[in-house]
Write a protein that binds this ligand. Structure first.
Ligand SMILES: [Fe+2]
Ligand SMILES: [Fe+2]
Length: 477
C-alpha cells in the first residue's frame, strides 16, 4: 500500500498529527495491511460482509468519541487517540515524585516500559481471537452487535499500543508490533503472553463472564497505567478506559439477563432441580456459579504473583501506579509500609505482612476484587426480586490459583485448604465440567431476526444508543 492511498486524517482518525510524522506514517503503512490480514484471518468469523451498527471514536471530546452508524466490519476506522495533555504534568508517585512527567522514554526504563506496553497490547487481539466464533451462535442481533463492538474496540486498543511502540521505541518497537499479530490465543507454539488469554471463550455464558471479569482486569491495569510517568502511555490508556466501560456493561447485563430468564423458568416450573431447569432450555444457577468461579479465579491470576520485585521496580520508577493513585492520601512512595498477603501454613491459610512495594500486584488485585463484587450483588438482586432464595458468591481469593504463593495450594471456594484428592473429587461442584460446557453449548443457536432472543436469555430493557431493542443492529447482506 503506497502512502498516496492513505489519507491519515480520515482513514485513521487520530489526534496525534499522524500526517506530520513521516517515520511514523511509514511504520504504520507497513503494519496496517498486516493488521487487516490478521483481522481477516483471526477476527470475527463470517462477519466480513456485515453492516453493523457500531460506535466509532473520531475524537476524544464528548461529541466525537461515540459516533454511531452502520459500518461494514473490515472498514471500521481504527483510530489513534490520546486524552488531551495536562499542562505541567508531574510524576505522581515513586522515587521521582514531583519531577516533570516524561514525554519521551528514559533509556533506563525503556525495556520495562516496552514490556508493560507489549503485555497490555497482547491482551487486546487475544480477546478478539478468543471470541471469534461467537458470532455464529449469537442469541440476538442486539448481542451480536455488542460482540462486534467489543471486538473492534479491542482492535483499536491494539492500535493504541502499537502507536506507542512505533512512535517511541524505534526498530524493536516495530518488531514487537509485528509479533503482536503473530502470537495467537491458545497456539501451542506461539501463545499469547498471559494465561487467561489462552483460554477458550466457547459460548455466550463464557463471553459474558469474560467481559464482566476479564475486561474488568483491563480496567484496573489501564487505570494503573493512566498514572504512569510516561505521559503518552497515561493519556492513551485514559481514553481506552472510556471504551472499557461498555465491555463490562455487556458482561454484567448479559449475566443479569441469563439469570432473569432462569429465575422466570424456575418460578414457572416451581423447581430448583437443575435437570428440570435444563430440560426447559435455560442455564441452571449452579452452572452459572461454576462459570463464575472459573472466570473469577483465572482472571485474578492476571494481576501476577502476590510478591513481586518487578511490581516494586515499576512503582518506584514511576512506570505503573496504583488504582486511583492520585486520589489516595498517603505519601505515594510506600517505603517501609507493609501489606498482607495469603500463604498456606500447616494446612491453613494465614496472612503474612510483607513490604507493600513488593505486594502491589496484590493491592491491585484486592481493589479489583472489591469492584467485581458489586456486579455479583446486583445479579443476586435479580434472583431476590424473583423471590428465589439462591445467591451467587465470589469464590475465595485462594481458590483455583495458578500464579503466586497460592498456586501450590488446593483451596475450596469457601476458603478451606483441602487435599489433592478432595479437590479432584469435588472439582465438578466447583468448576464447569465438560458436561456443563456441553449443556451450555447445546443451548447456543443463532437468532438473526431483529427483536428476537434465544430462549435462555431475557431481552435487554433498552437498545443501544436509544434505538429500540428490535432495531436492525446487523445487516447480514
Ligand atoms: Fe481492551
Ligand atoms: Fe475490553
Amino acid at each position: 500500500m503506497s502512502s498516496s492511498t492513505i489519507d491519515y486524517a480520515t482513514k485513521i482518525p487520530n489526534n496525534v498529527n499522524l500526517n506530520e510524522d513521516k517515520t511514523l506514517q511509514r511504520a504504520l503503512e507497513h503494519w496496517q495491511p498486516e493488521f487487516l490480514n490478521w483481522w481477516q484471518d483471526m477476527g470475527p468469523d463470517g462477519s466480513h460482509d456485515h453492516d453493523v451498527y457500531l460506535r466509532t471514536a473520531t475524537s476524544v471530546d464528548s461529541a466525537g468519541w461515540a459516533q454511531f452508524g452502520h459500518v461494514k466490519m473490515p472498514e471500521y476506522r481504527w483510530g489513534i487517540f490520546l486524552n488531551p495533555a495536562i499542562a505541567d504534568k508531574k510524576v505522581g508517585f515513586g522515587e521521582n515524585i514531583g519531577a516533570d512527567a516524561w514525554q519521551e522514554v528514559p533509556g533506563e526504563h525503556r525495556a520495562n516500559l516496552r514490556r508493560i506496553i507489549v503485555t497490555q497490547g497482547d491482551t487486546e487481539p487475544a480477546s478478539v481471537e478468543q471470541q471469534r466464533h461467537l458470532g455464529l451462535t449469537a442469541p440476538s442481533q442486539y448481542d451480536l452487535r455488542n460482540l462486534f463492538q467489543i471486538n473492534v474496540e479491542e482492535g483499536r486498543h491494539l492500535w493504541a499500543m502499537v502507536y506507542l511502540l512505533h512512535r517511541y521505541f524505534g526498530r524493536d518497537g516495530r518488531e514487537e508490533a509485528e509479533a503482536l499479530l503473530h502470537r495467537n490465543s491458545g497456539d501451542q507454539d506461539n501463545p499469547r503472553i498471559l494465561g487467561a488469554f489462552n483460554e477458550k471463550t466457547p459460548d455466550w455464558l463464557a463471553f459474558y463472564m469474560f467481559t464482566y471479569f476479564t475486561d474488568r482486569d483491563g480496567k484496573f491495569q489501564l487505570s494503573a497505567l493512566t498514572e504512569s510517568a510516561f505521559d503518552p502511555l497515561a493519556r492513551t490508556t485514559k481514553f481506552m478506559l472510556t471504551e472499557e466501560a461498555h465491555h463490562m456493561f455487556v458482561g454484567e447485563s448479559g449475566i443479569s439477563r441469563v439469570i432473569n430468564r432462569t429465575s422466570q423458568v424456575m418460578n414457572e416450573l416451581k423447581t430448583d432441580d437443575p435437570q428440570k431447569i435444563r430440560a426447559a432450555g435455560v442455564v441452571d444457577l449452579g452452572t452459572i456459579q461454576r462459570y463464575l468461579n472459573f472466570h473469577y479465579s483465572v482472571t485474578i491470576d492476571l494481576f501476577g504473583a502476590d510478591e513481586s520485585s518487578n511490581a516494586a521496580i515499576f512503582y518506584n520508577s514511576g512506570l505503573k501506579g496504583r488504582y486511583e493513585e492520585t486520589k489516595r492520601d498517603d505519601d505515594h512512595r510506600l517505603q517501609g509500609q507493609t501489606y498482607k498477603v495469603l500463604a498456606v501454613d500447616n494446612g491453613r491459610l494465614i496472612e503474612r505482612e510483607v513490604p507493600m512495594l513488593n505486594a502491589l500486584n496484590e493491592v491491585l488485585r484486592d481493589d479489583y476484587i472489591k469492584d467485581s463484587i458489586g456486579g455479583v450483588n446486583r445479579w443476586n438482586k435479580v434472583i431476590e426480586k424473583a423471590g428465589l432464595p439462591h445467591r451467587l458468591v465470589v469464590p475465595h481469593k485462594a481458590f483455583n490459583r495458578k500464579i503466586g504463593s497460592l498456586s501450590n495450594a488446593k483451596v475450596s471456594p469457601d476458603g478451606q485448604v483441602v487435599g489433592e484428592a478432595e479437590f479432584a473429587s469435588r472439582e465438578r461442584e466447583w468448576l464447569p465440567s465438560a458436561e456443563d460446557r456441553a449443556f451450555v453449548a447445546s443451548l447456543m443457536g443463532r437468532v438473526t431476526e431483529p427483536g428476537r432472543f434465544a430462549g435462555w436469555i431475557a431481552p435487554p430493557p433498552l437498545g443501544i444508543n436509544k434505538q429500540p431493542v428490535d432495531f436492525e443492529y446487523v445487516r447480514f447482506n
